[in-house]
Every structure is written in C-alpha cells, then in structure tokens.
Design a protein around this ligand. Structure first.
Ligand SMILES: Nc1ncnc2c1ncn2[C@@H]1O[C@H](COP(=O)(O)OP(=O)(O)OP(=O)(O)O)[C@@H](O)[C@H]1O
Length: 732
C-alpha cells in the first residue's frame, strides 16, 4: 500500500474509533438522570444540563468529527511531539485522554494561525477532505520544513511568507453555495481567528466589504465565547441581532452546527417589540429624526420633569401620634435622591424611604427602637406613598411619548435648545390619536419607548451581543442595544458602504459612542470569500459615489466569476440562464415593487421558487409560502416543516431583503428601479451595491435603457469590455 493510502486507512480507523467513543460518551450521559441531584431545583438544572450535553454529543454522520490535525514540535511542552485532531466538539477515550479537541480550545489556535514564519510550536498541519461524512483525503503542510510541503504557492490567502497552498481550503471556498449559511470552522483564516478569539471584555467593530466573512466571524465569535466563558454566558445570555427575520432564518443553523443553541437571535424590532406592536410606518425624515441621539436628552428631560417640589407637610398618623415631615425637609429629601443619579422608578422608591426615615428618626427620639423592617413598613404606609407619588409620580412610557408627540408646548418645553422649531414641528403628529392606547406606533417610536423605559428602570444586560449590519441602525437603536450590553460587550459587524437606511451611521466612532462603548476598537477584514473578481470590479465602480474612503474586497476566489449585463427581456434571461440546470442556489433580486409582476413572469416560464420574507406574513410556524414544488419536489406541502426560503433552488428576493444573503447565481433585475426605490439617490446606489455583491459564481444584470450612470457603463463598447463575450444574453 502506498504511504498515503496506508496513512488514510489509519486516519479512517481513528475516525471510526472517535465516533464509537463519542457514542460511548453519549450513552454515559443518557444513563444519568435528575435523580442524582440533591433537591428538585438542582434536579431541574441537572436535567437541563444533561439534555444540552446529549444534544452536543449527537453524532451527525454527515458532519466530519474532525477536520484538521496539528503535530506539536517535540520539546518541552510535548516530549514526544503529540498530535491533536481538531473538530467541532471534544471527544475523549475511556481514560479521559483527548481524541478530538474542540476547535475553540487554546491548544487548537495554531491550527488556524501558525505560519512558516511563526510556527507556534507545531511542526505540521493536516487538513482533511470529507465527502458526506467519509474521509476521502488529507493534505499535510510542514511548518518547520516548508520545502517538504510541495505545491508551494503564494496564493491569495497566504501572507506571502511561503505558506502552502491548500487544495482542501480552496475547494471549501469555491464550493457551490446552496441552502442556509454554513459554518466555516474548518477554514477560519488567521485575520478572522484573531477576531473570533478576542477577549470577552473587548467590544469591537468589524468593518469589511461584502463577503469578507463578517457574519461568519461574528457567529464563530459567539460560539467561541460560549465555550470560553460557558457559565457566565449561559447564565447572562448571548444575543445575535440581525437586520430582518429572513436573514435570521438564513443564519439560524450556524450556531447549532457548532453545538451552541443558547443564543437568542432577534431583529431590533423584536427586541423593542415588548413595548407595543408596530402598527404604522412613517416618512423617512420623521423616522430619521426620531432615531437621532439628541432625542435621548429630550426624553430624559421629559421624564425627570415629573419630579415636583414639595410644598406641603407630610402627616403620618401612627397610633395616637401624628408624625410630621415639613415641606423643606421633603424638598431636601428630593434633592438628595436626585443627586444619586439613579433610575427614575428607583428614585421614587428611595424618596419613600427617605421620607419614612425622617419619621423613623422622630420616633426613635421618643425612645422607641425600630428596625429596618419597621422602616420598610413606614415607607409603605398610604400617607407616605401618596405624598411621594404626588411629588414623584409614576410615569407610563406610552402616555409620555403620546403627550410629547401630540402636545407642541410640552415638546417645546423639553426640546428647547436641543431640537429646532422645524424639527419639533416634524415630530408632532398631524392627527394625534386621542389616547396612548389608540396610538399606531412605528418602529422608531418603539425605540423611544425603550429609551423611556430604561430611564425609569434599568434594562437587563446580557453578557455579549453580536450585531450584524450595524451600519443601518440609528443612534437611538444603538443606544437600545448598548444598554442591553451595559455590563457586557459587543461584536459589531458592518460595512459603511452598505448603509441603506436614511439614519445610517457615517462613522464607527459614533456608533461606539451611541453604544456607550467609546473604548471599543475597529478591526478590518479585507479578503473577499464570496464575490468573484469580475463582479467586485463592477460593484466597486459605485464606491467613489457611496463610500469614497472604502476599498473593495480582495477576491480570494480563483474563479473570476461570470458576469453578464443584458437588456434582454426578463423571461428570455430566465430561460437563457437555464436556472433549473444550475448547480447551487439561485437568487432573482428585483425591486420590491416589481415582485408581483416578476411572479407572473416566473409562472409564465414555469419556474418554481420561494419568495424571501414572505414567510413572515404567513401564520407562525406555517412553512414558507412557496410557489410550486419544494426542494423535495413535494408541491402540496411546500418546504419541509423546519425549512425556509433558503431550502429552495430559486429564491425571488425583494431588493430590500437581499442584505447579508448570498446565492451561487444571481439574476439582478432592473438596477435603475432598485436605485429609484429608495428615499434618495445615494441610498439607492448603496442598495444597488448590496444587490450586486450577493453572487458567488455568476451574476446577470438585466436592465432597461437607464443603467445608473455611476456604473460607468454608458456605452455598449464599455459594457462589452466589462462583460467579455457574454453580452448580450437572451434574444436582444
Ligand atoms: N475562512 C473562510 N473559509 C471559507 N469560507 C468563508 C470564510 N470566511 C467567509 N467565508 C464564506 O464567505 C461567504 C461570505 O461570508 P459572510 O456572509 O460572513 O460575509 P459578510 O462580510 O458578512 O458579507 P456581507 O457584508 O455581504 O453581509 C460565506 O459563504 C462564508 O461562509
């Protein structure tokens, strides 16, 4: 047997043994139950822990149990030069010796970061190739003697110091995309790994062009932190924030595939959705103003304006006595509580106690010794409660916001010097609802309600938040997230060039300020794993108009991609592309307003598809709304029960929902209308930039005669030069 074949056989045996040991670990956990616990509380906790452990130990034969190996240099730390197989979870033998180490364990770090220049104590790195769970190949790279590795190249992924080119790595990057997002645990790159393993305390912003792996890195960082700080993070929570529900469905499998099921994934609307349902939208200028950070000051003033000045004596009858707190003493108490700078509701409670304390002192002066319990009782008596409530009344967030948005004088009182008169006029409802209960709140209103609620009572903080597409959040939305990480940290992912909301951030330093994490720092990702070079070159033509300071990604894909720009009718394009025969997923990105018309076109050419986002309008837990056959060819049932639009071969994507998604092939319909669909031209161009950068293998841009001039494709010769021989496609 050739050396490689015998080595492969040895590795396969090792894999079989590791699988059987994983089965043994699972059986052992299955044999335990809550009865081992001392009382019912710990029994419940133990049962939950065991259930989680069982899930972690589930062996999916399709998912490789390990994907890499490192060989330590024989020496001080490893006298015999041990090897470690690296996988998604830890597997040990009956003696407790590790057979596979978790990719997040410190010992695994060199697998991701070692280079020939800095071998980090390892002599060799091995990568494995798998097909449907079967080990089919391996590839060795010597770090101490790189000349032994063979096929050395200075490929785009290497740092130019002679690191080996990896076929397995390249195959993973070039693989056709289909279905929801997958993890990248086997191929995390050094610049990404540095971000993934940053300490929990650091808040960081990851700025990166489309397809540089920001979402992937953010999710792997969440998985890493859950591993490295298990107790703290499961107790205090991890939150992943995405731009919309379809995006969350797109990424929902990544953390569970990494063994982590305890992170909440939510949109900002869901996060602030507890205050009231969203029942209206509003003009962009109003929403933008409501998202402005200055509103925080207006709300702060409005809340605290409720605290009055005591003018009367508090009289507290007790037995045959009537205890008194003079108005001037009550005023002192109010001042003292205010000086403590506590939340409004806590201030109210403290005022009750401060008043009660003044009574307590008088009682004690008569020789009665009272304890803290008596103090509490005094603070809860009706005269004290009534007096405090008159001076420091309860504030109801919806009522307060209703008043601010419907009473110009009340607003002016609190917005004076903060908002101009015109801005104040813009905020006031044209037709104010009669009561707060009948108000039709917008998303921006809910964010204001969240701010008011936090002024009243401290919002609970989680241990870590990963925020994706953060460039699109308003200052007030960022504040809402920042307060949820007040005692934790954040990983903020975004790209200023992809900002498509009128209130979007212009600068990451501002974002960090609004999050109340001014010490956070900005990391950049530059290697593009999604978009092929020819497509990047086209999209980058927009950068000078939309984000002059930003660079396009550096494509690491070998294939330059297939780019076609054509004025052919959409039905001809759809037929010409041969969608049904394409390997990998296909996204048809269209202006939002064109969705109904494009549905007709798709029906006319006989293509089946799902519509991204349509599932959100359906009944909760009903499968996606799909036209025709699902991925399993079952027309009646649509997608599988737990499926989503991303399980379909062809997705119809409204341009407003394209952000964050990727498809192997993209047909982009009517770029001019996509630009025109936004409130202003600059935002329209950014939306187009997002839509142009969703493709992994091929992009067809189907346009009418009005391509946006910023693409610089005015004349046909230029277009032919950009798209090569593939212009035009279809029958034009
Ligand atoms: N190290 C890697 N190895 C293999 N694939 C990778 C790697 N990093 C990223 N990718 C892949 O590149 C694609 C783009 O990643 P991702 O969606 O995280 O990028 P992004 O920066 O968030 O893009 P966008 O700005 O468009 O949202 C995904 O398919 C992801 O799996």
């Amino acid at each position: 047997m050739p050396a490689d074949a015998s080595e492969l056989a040895t590795e396969r045996e090792f894999l079989a043994e590791a699988r059987s040991q994983l089965g043994r670990m699972r059986d052992r956990v299955a044999a335990l139950d809550g009865s081992y616990a001392g009382n019912w509380v710990s029994a419940e906790i133990l049962e939950a822990t065991l259930a989680r452990r069982m899930e972690q130990l589930t062996d999916d034969p399709e998912i490789p149990l390990f994907f890499g190996r490192i060989d330590l240099v024989a020496g001080e730390t490893s006298p015999t030069g041990e090897s470690f197989h690296i996988g998604r979870r830890h597997v040990s033998d009956p003696d407790g010796e590790p057979m596979v180490v978790d990719w997040r364990a410190p010992v695994s770090t060199p697998f991701y970061r070692a280079t020939a220049k800095e071998p980090m104590g390892i002599s060799a790195r091995r990568r494995y190739g798998f097909a449907r769970g079967h080990l089919t190949a391996f590839e060795d790279e010597s770090l101490t003697r790189p000349e032994l590795t063979g096929d050395l190249s200075d490929g785009d992924l290497s740092d130019g110091d002679g690191d080996a080119h990896s076929e397995i790595l390249e195959a993973e990057i070039e693989r056709p995309r289909s279905g929801p997002m997958r993890d990248i645990v086997a191929t995390i790159q050094p610049e990404q790994d540095v971000i993934v393993r940053m300490p929990l305390e650091s808040t960081l912003v990851v700025q990166g062009a489309p397809g540089t792996g920001k979402t992937a890195v953010g999710l792997h960082r969440a998985a890493y932190l859950l591993y490295a700080h298990r107790d703290q993070l499961t107790r205090r929570g991890v939150l992943v924030v995405g731009p919309n529900k379809s995006f969350l469905r797109y990424i929902r499998d990544v953390l569970p595939a990494l063994g982590e099921i305890h992170a909440r994934q939510a949109t900002i609307e869901e996060i602030v959705g507890d205050h009231a349902p969203v029942r209206a939208t509003e003009p962009a200028d109003v929403a933008t103003l409501k998202g402005d950070g200055r509103l925080a000051e207006v709300l702060r003033r409005a809340v605290w304006s409720h605290v009055g000045t005591p003018e009367e004596t508090l009289v507290l009858p007790r037995g045959s006595f009537r205890w008194r707190v003079a108005a001037y003493e009550a005023r002192e108490a109010v001042e003292q509580v205010r000086a403590r700078d506590v939340r409004y509701a806590l201030g109210a409670a403290q005022l009750r106690h401060a008043l009660a304390h003044r009574v307590l002192v008088q009682i004690e002066e008569t020789g009665d010794a009272l304890d803290d319990k008596a103090w509490d009782v005094l603070a809860r008596t009706k005269p004290v409660r009534d007096y405090a409530a008159a001076v420091w009344p309860a504030v109801e967030p919806r009522r307060l916001l209703h008043r601010l948005l419907s009473d110009p004088e009340f607003l002016a009182e609190h917005a004076d010097g903060v908002l101009t008169e015109d801005e104040q006029a813009l905020l006031i409802w044209a037709r104010p609802p009669r009561t707060a209960g009948s108000a039709r709140w917008t998303t921006a209103d809910l964010v204001l309600l969240d701010e008011i609620t936090d002024l009243l009572d401290r919002t609970e903080s989680v241990a870590h938040i990963v925020v994706d597409e953060a460039q699109d959040l308003s200052a007030m939305m960022l504040r809402a997230l920042g307060r949820r990480a007040a005692t934790g940290s954040l990983t903020v992912l975004g790209d200023l060039a992809q900002a498509t909301t009128p209130w979007a951030a212009r600068d990451w330093a501002d974002v960090l300020e609004h999050l109340a994490k001014p010490d956070g720092h900005v990391e950049q990702l530059t290697a593009g794993f999604r978009v092929p070079a020819d497509v990047i070159e086209l999209a980058a033509r927009l950068l000078p108009s939309i984000a002059p300071g930003l660079e396009p990604p550096r494509a690491v894909r070998r294939a330059r991609g297939r780019l076609t720009i054509t004025p052919a009718p959409l039905d001809d394009v759809l037929v010409g592309v041969g969608i049904a025969d394409l390997e990998g997923s296909v996204g048809l990105i269209v202006p939002d307003a064109a969705v109904p018309q494009v549905r007709d076109t798709l029906a006319a050419v006989g293509l089946t598809y799902a519509v991204v986002g349509e599932q959100d309008d359906a009944e909760p837990d009903a499968g996606p709304v799909a036209d025709g056959d699902g991925p399993d060819g079952d027309a009646a049932d649509g997608a599988p029960d737990d499926g989503s639009e991303f399980d379909f071969h062809l997705d119809l994507v409204p341009a407003s929902l394209a952000k964050g998604l990727e498809f192997d092939h993209v047909v982009l319909h009517d770029p001019a209308a996509i630009v025109a669909g936004e409130p202003n031209h600059a935002t329209g161009l950014r939306r187009l930039y997002v839509c142009l950068t969703r493709a992994v293998t091929s992009l067809v841009v189907r346009h009418d005669d009005d391509l946006p001039p910023e693409l610089g494709l005015g004349d046909r010769d230029e277009m032919v030069a950009v798209t090569g021989v593939r212009y035009p496609l279809g029958t034009a």
